[in-house]
Design a protein around this ligand. Structure first.
Ligand SMILES: Cc1ncc(COP(=O)(O)O)c(C=O)c1O
Length: 429
């Protein structure tokens, strides 16, 4: 197991936050960087190892964000770094659109092997989660010849036009950006079949629907777990009407939930899977893995200059190896420990928490105020945890998510729970 290299106990804060170096960087940032970003707190990162993040003032933080569920093998895992360095010294770029190289082909073979279902698969590489969803949208239209798509309220699929049109988690994502793509119909995550049939009977002819789009566990929408029957019901509807089931596993995939893909917990085989975030240990890479017969678009119909570049692919091959070798098991074990700890905190009324939920290292808890779930108290709590050296992120209306790297240790989970409990008790209203 890869753990922190320097022996200092983490967190370890040596300046007020932000420290002087961080404050100077943030002042420069605010003059030149797009204001559309949403930093949760003033953390200016310098380096990281495992689940430890050091800022530019030498403060050490316990990172339970993994860079928004990305650094699956921890910050700068030595084997991932070595794979990147080795590949960078041989070939950094040649564009998989027009040339061939081994790492891209090898990674496609590995992804085709680990994707659920016995049917042969094909893989398209891109650079991000949004691009994976965008490409899958084109693919679903191309394969079925149909133009409508069904998605869920609370879903997040990215910020390009197609991906934004599919999403439905926050209206700020769309505000001022219309018109969006037409023909997107929305159902409630965890709805009954009757809600779909109602759509089909009233506004959305089923034989015009290319696909049903779903995050098996909703991510940005609040780490919402599906009811056991929800995903099988979507599969049945897709089979009945000839629609594709597209699983967006950008946040939940690549071992985070203790299985390679979250949908495997629910016994459902999707037709298409969108992957990004955790796949390449922090390098940009996205992928669409689809049944081979579906990915039948002709040369020229879709491509990306950087998609599947050799360095990202080599990093991803190493991450997949580590995930299968040790981190999927660790995600299951540490996830149980984390969930049990969160449930204990929920049971203590002095914390003001509700509904611990999740699987593996995709866990969340709702934050309560005096009148129900309370986004302001959630934000204050995330800030207070930062001031104690614990990095957390919100999701959904008023939840805190816990998505550490899959290498997180039992001691780090205990440390997170201890700080969280202390901070929650001191901020309960
Ligand atoms: C489920 C899901 N899909 C798509 C995306 C978009 O990914 P990216 O930011 O890489 O475009 C995200 C990002 O949070 C996500 O969680």
């Amino acid at each position: 197991m890869h753990t922190a290299s320097p022996q200092q106990k983490v967190p370890h804060l040596i300046t007020p936050l932000p420290g002087p170096n961080a404050a100077a960087w943030i002042a420069r940032n605010d003059r030149v960087i797009s204001p559309s970003y949403t930093p949760a707190y003033p953390l200016v990162c310098a380096r990281g190892w495992g689940c430890t993040l050091e800022d530019v003032d030498g403060n050490l933080f316990l990172d339970f964000t993994a860079g928004i569920a990305v650094n699956s093998a921890g910050h700068c895992h030595p084997e991932v770094v070595a794979a990147i360095a080795d590949q960078a010294s041989k070939l950094i770029h040649m564009s998989g659109t027009d040339f061939y190289y081994g790492p891209e082909i090898e990674l496609a073979e590995r992804l085709a092997e680990v994707a659920p279902g016995p049917a042969p698969k094909r893989v398209f590489f891109c650079n991000s989660g949004a691009e994976a969803n965008e490409g899958a949208l084109k693919l679903s239209h191309h394969f079925t010849g149909r133009q409508r798509v069904i998605t869920c309220y609370g879903a997040f699929h990215g910020r390009t036009y197609g991906a934004m049109s599919l999403g439905g988690s926050k209206s700020i994502h769309r505000h001022g950006f219309g018109p969006l793509i037409e023909g997107i119909h929305r159902i409630h995550f965890n709805c009954e079949r009757a809600e779909l049939e109602e759509q089909f009977a009233t506004v959305c002819p089923p034989d015009e629907v290319a696909a049903i789009w779903v995050e098996p566990i909703q991510g940005e929408g609040g780490y919402r777990m599906p009811k056991p029957e929800f995903l099988p019901m979507l599969r049945e509807v897709c089979d009945k009407y000839g629609m594709l089931l597209v699983a967006d596993e950008v946040q939940s995939g690549i071992g985070r939930t203790g299985k390679m893909f979250a949908i495997e917990h629910f016994g459902v085989v999707p037709d298409v899977i969108c992957i990004a975030k955790g796949i390449a240990g922090g390098l940009p890479l996205g992928a669409i893995v689809s049944r081979a017969d579906i990915m039948n678009w002709p040369p020229g119909s879709h491509a990306s200059t950087f998609g599947g570049n050799p360095v990202s692919c080599r990093a991803a091959l190493k991450v997949l190896e580590l995930v299968q070798r040790e981190y999927m098991t660790n995600a299951t074990e540490r996830g149980k420990q984390l969930q049990a700890g969160l449930q204990k905190l929920v049971a203590d009324p002095a914390t003001g928490f509700a509904e611990a939920r999740g699987v593996g290292l995709m866990q969340a808890v709702d934050v309560l105020g005096s009148a129900g779930v309370d986004p302001n108290r959630r934000n204050a709590l995330v800030q207070a945890a930062f001031e104690q050296g614990l990095l957390l992120l919100g999701c959904g209306k008023a939840a805190i998510r816990f998505c550490p790297s899959l290498c997180v240790t039992a001691e780090e989970v205990d440390a997170c729970l201890e700080i969280l409990g202390r901070v929650a008790r001191s901020t309960v209203s």
